[in-house]
Design a protein around this ligand. Structure first.
Ligand SMILES: Cc1cc2nc3c(=O)[nH]c(=O)nc-3n(C[C@H](O)[C@H](O)[C@H](O)COP(=O)(O)OP(=O)(O)OC[C@H]3O[C@@H](n4cnc5c(N)ncnc54)[C@H](O)[C@@H]3O)c2cc1C
Ligand code: FES
Ligand code: FES
Length: 929
């Protein structure tokens, strides 16, 4: 391997230890060059070798390949601006094969497509995959917009366009999986848009779904209409509320008119609750000829197949080729990449067998630097980026290790490979709903996963990662605890040892304290075993309460399981119960006192009302509990318990009906006891969002016809300038596509962040105060300056030496560039200096290495206006007083009565109206009152 010290992105093995490592791994059959394909082409080995172990896919695409269409928004998997599609040839690893949206070959292998967040996915995790970026979807340059890009342009789906490439690829990936409108509405959940509004984006996304023709010909809507008792047009708007109803000749409208229905209540509701009727001159965006409707196909029927096959056509044959082909043989080898460049030494190992993986863990797990298993990187990525964790050795288990990725059903268990993506688990559980053996496990897992993060995160994150992370608000932990699930943990006793030892540990015991699990550094979680439930009278229900439904972490999360038994013909009795909660303690907890009080009791509302009281006591949180909202969290937890009763009561009725039909099959004698009484007004409690269908996102937008434009046109005599105005005025008020939209939709629009940095560009990172209300005692740059790649560190002293001006501010120069040593720090984040380095990462590491010494706290911390008044702390020097007129004299002259002309203070008390109160405004007008 050629030693290479020069380029920052070039891996180098000049170090003897690295060379030894490399040769020893080569002897073990490892390859050292990743195999990457982007937009249909293989990345040359020279470029592929620039992929670093701790580099994200986004950084590789943007900085190395200069594909800047994918954007960096939040950098933490929350916004979707970085979405790319990963396609991989996989053998089926599910309980039984599920062909939808895949391209199965005869061996059971298939090309699978996943939208992922490139800001979190390590570039080396894409080894052996085909990556499609927005540039690979279609382009303006080649006059080749993909239909989804065309639809997004025509339907006004982009405004600033920063989120658009990510949205295009997210939709493209769902279409590659043959999405129906319902599937699109369920899974397009990982992209945020700050400025366009989601209606046009949804319109565009739906317009290409596989069932859109049916939807347009009203088949699907007829069904919906029957369900909801409302006639809706193809745009989704109820006909009775449509401002264009009189001129509309659609069948659905004619039918509705024939029925003579004029439901004014519905009309006013649809118009926002206030409008009596929509003015005639308003046009409905969703059904005007200029605008596509919420459900509208945008393609001629015969064009359907060519673009639908694009993801498969672009997929490189070599990635599906036989294992004995050149690439095939390489792909089956484990991978080792070592980077000892200025980015910090790091190693990536991708073992292809469980034995090799366990021996790596044995070899390096307990060494000084340790090593970290990495799968989706949705936890580890956040830890390294935002919590500055450093993991110099990463182990990524290859998909060829079956036991880590398989999903199987045994006679006693539903077994989930620990590294299977949550998306695969969700898809498989959805398919297994209705399967008598696993229905009662598959349904709650599926329902919980629907609200777990986003499709992009679920496509890479795994169940093992969720459990090992040991987050107190993990969504899967409480549910698996309630199901009595176990982890299978594997290890080998020495590197030379060929046999694997396995131990079984209940999920509850595994999570032993805050962020700590019962797992040795050399151990691997191999799979999670969920015991099968009874076919009747056993129920599991998941609960989640978050600030928003999609893509948000829980405030309280729970899994509840119950077994009921008919007690003669009297009632059902609670035979067993587990109530597990997340968000109520540093670990997942089980409300065992509540459960033991309820076991043996009749299954009825009264029992659960009493149970709620016991639970409130058992889960009591102190007011100053970390995370806050103590009372709210307790209330949510106890409301979950009552909702559990209502939900189980509904399911019990279904079981009772089944048994009545065939008591012999279930071995239960009838008559069954009466079902528990549920009050009608409480039935809404059974409709939790966790298990409810996501509502269609439909919208109607009205806007006035620009009459004023006609007036202007008539008045203006044509001059060259007004002629131009006239031409443009023809466009006024019309929904013309945004001129830049095609460039947004293809990633060809260039944003500041996309401009290539000139060679040898230096990067800067600010040195910020981590404390406030203390004096800055000293700044020691020594450690930072020793870091290779850190060029210099500048503080106030340097500014003085250079003769620079330290006082800054827009009007008042009341802030400083760098705080001088000895001065008081007024806020956390105050700038103390700047670190210059060869890359942004190095500058950041440099900034973290500067030693800042703080003095003792001087005064009390002031965080509110009340604190400031109490401490007499005012910005006197910046006091602005606006005075106009004389209040007293105005009051005196406001009335003609002679006696009131004297100042207010001198008037008789009963005539003075005094208004008292206090006024606060927050945000930008802070500290004003
Ligand atoms: C935007 C966003 C939204 C999220 N939303 C949610 C949410 O709604 N609910 C929720 O519960 N979580 C959520 N998370 C957290 C996260 O997605 C999950 O915890 C995820 O399951 C972690 O899996 P991973 O494969 O990405 O783990 P990684 O980050 O790859 O690894 C996490 C940890 O698990 C270890 N590990 C992984 N597999 C094994 C194994 N087989 N054996 C031993 N150790 C292993 C790793 O060494 C590491 O310590 C969210 C995260 C993000 C970034
Ligand atoms: S940049 Fe926001 S999800 Fe990746
Ligand atoms: S953020 Fe979506 S278009 Fe601006």
């Amino acid at each position: 391997m050629p030693p290479n010290k020069s380029g920052l992105n070039v891996l180098s093995y000049e170090n003897d230890d690295d060379l030894d490592l490399l040769y020893s791994f080569k002897k073990r059959g490892y390859r050292t060059t990743p195999i990457l394909y982007v937009n249909g082409k293989q990345i040359s080995p020279d470029l592929a070798r620039k992929a670093r172990p701790n580099q994200t896919l986004l950084s590789f695409l943007r900085d190395v390949l200069r594909l800047t269409g994918s954007k960096l928004g939040c950098a933490e998997g929350g916004c979707g601006a970085c979405t790319v599609m990963i396609s991989r040839f996989e053998k089926s690893n599910t309980a039984s094969s599920n062909d939808e949206g895949t391209n199965d070959d005869n061996d059971g292998g298939a090309i699978k497509h996943y939208a992922v967040n490139a800001c979190l996915m390590p570039v080396l995790a894409a080894d052996g995959c085909h990556i499609t970026t927005v540039e690979g979807v279609g382009s303006v340059k080649d006059d080749n917009l993909h239909p989804i890009q065309r639809a997004m342009v025509d339907m006004h789906g982009s405004q600033c366009g920063f989120c658009t490439p990510g949205i295009i690829v997210a939709i493209y990936s769902l279409l590659a999986n043959n999405a129906t409108t319902a599937h699109m509405e369920e899974h397009l959940d990982g992209n945020l848009c700050r400025c366009t509004g989601y209606r046009p984006i949804w319109d565009a996304a739906r317009s290409l779904c596989s069932d859109i023709e049916d939807v347009c010909t009203n088949k699907v809507h007829e069904h919906m209409n029957a369900e909801m008792g409302v006639i809706r047009g193809p745009c989704g708007t109820p006909c009775r509320s449509c401002p264009e109803r009189d001129s509309c000749e659609m069948d659905c409208n004619a039918k509705d008119k024939e029925n003579g229905k004029t439901d004014q209540k519905e009309k006013s509701m649809e118009n926002g609750g206030g409008a009596k009727s929509a003015p005639k001159e308003n046009l409905c965006c969703s059904s005007s000829v200029d605008k596509m409707s919420s459900y509208q196909s945008v393609l001629p029927k015969d064009s359907a197949s060519s673009w639908r096959n694009q993801p498969i056509d672009m997929f490189p044959d070599s990635l599906t080729s036989a294992p004995d082909s050149e690439i095939g043989m390489e792909l089956f080898k484990p991978l080792l990449v070592v980077d000892s460049t200025a980015h910090g030494r790091s190693t990536w190992m991708k073992p292809t067998t469980i034995l090799e993986l366990l021996s790596l863990l044995r070899q390096y797990g307990e060494s000084d630097n340790g090593c970290k298993i990495i799968v989706g990187n949705t936890e580890v990525g956040i830890e390294t980026k935002f919590k500055h964790a450093v993991y110099p050795c990463l182990i990524y288990p290859s998909q060829t290790i079956d036991s880590l990725y398989d999903i199987t059903i045994t006679s006693t268990h539903f077994r989930l490979g620990a590294c299977t993506s949550l998306g695969t688990v969700q898809q498989e559980c959805e398919r297994l709903i209705g399967n008598a053996n696993v229905d009662r496990i598959a349904k709650p897992i599926y329902n919980m996963l629907r609200w777990f993060a986003s499709t992009q995160i679920r496509n890479v994150a795994c169940l093992g990662g969720n459990l090992v992370t040991a987050s107190p608000i993990s969504d899967m932990n409480p549910m698996l605890v309630s199901m009595n699930a176990n982890l299978v943990v594997a290890s080998i006793s020495s590197i030379s040892e060929g046999s694997i030892t396995r131990r079984i540990i209940p999920v509850l015991d595994f999570f032993c304290s805050y962020r700590t699990v019962d797992l040795k550094p050399y151990e691997l979680v191999e799979c999670i075993d969920v015991p099968l439930t009874r076919e009747i009278f056993e129920y599991v229900v998941p609960f989640k309460q978050a600030r928003r439904r999609e893509d948000d972490i829980s405030i309280v999360t729970s899994g509840m399981r119950i077994i009921l038994a008919p007690k003669e013909s009297e009632h059902y009795v609670i035979e067993d119960m587990t109530l597990a909660f997340g968000g109520m303690a540093p670990t997942t907890i089980v409300a065992s006192e509540t459960a033991s009080n309820l076991i043996g009791m009749p299954f009825c509302a009264q029992t659960f009302k009493k149970g709620g009281e016991i639970l409130r006591e058992e889960l009591k949180l102190p007011d100053d509990v970390p995370g806050g909202q103590a009372e709210y969290r307790i209330t949510v937890a106890s409301s979950f318990l009552y909702q559990f009763f209502l939900t189980v009561a509904t399911e019990l009725k279904m079981d009772a009906d089944k048994i009545q039909m065939d008591p012999i099959k279930y071995g239960i004698s009838i008559p069954l006891p009466p079902l528990p009484l549920v009050e009608e007004e409480e039935m809404s409690g059974t409709q939790q969002f966790v298990s409810s269908k996501k509502p269609s996102s439909l919208g109607m937008q009205t806007y006035p016809t620009p009459k004023v434009v006609e007036g202007i046109e008539k008045k203006i005599s044509p001059t060259p300038a007004t002629a131009a105005l006239q031409t443009s005025s023809n466009s006024l008020g019309k929904p013309l596509p945004h001129a830049s939209a095609p460039f947004h939709c293809t990633g060809e629009a260039i944003y500041v962040d996309d401009i290539p940095t000139p060679p040898s560009t230096l990067h800067a990172f600010l040195l910020l105060a981590t404390e406030c209300d203390v004096t800055l005692k000293s700044i020691n740059k020594e450690a930072a300056l020793k870091i290779p790649g850190v060029v210099d560190v500048y503080t106030h002293d340097d500014l003085v030496k250079l003769g620079g001006e330290n006082a800054i501010g827009p009007i008042m120069h009341d802030e400083c560039v760098f705080l001088p040593v000895g001065e008081k720090i007024v806020s956390v984040g105050q700038v103390l200096g700047i670190v210059i380095g060869n890359s942004i990462e190095i500058s950041e590491i440099g900034a973290r290495s500067v030693k800042v010494e703080y003095g003792e706290k001087q005064v009390q911390t002031i965080v509110s206006i009340d604190d400031a008044i109490k401490a007499g702390s005012f910005y006197e020097f910046a006091r602005h007083t606006l005075e106009r007129g004389d209040v007293d004299s105005v009051f005196c002259s406001s009335d003609n009565k002679e006696e009131e002309k004297e100042p207010l203070s001198m008037q008789p008390r009963e005539r003075v109206v005094k208004v008292e109160g206090s006024f606060r405004c927050g945000g930008q007008e802070h500290f004003c009152e």
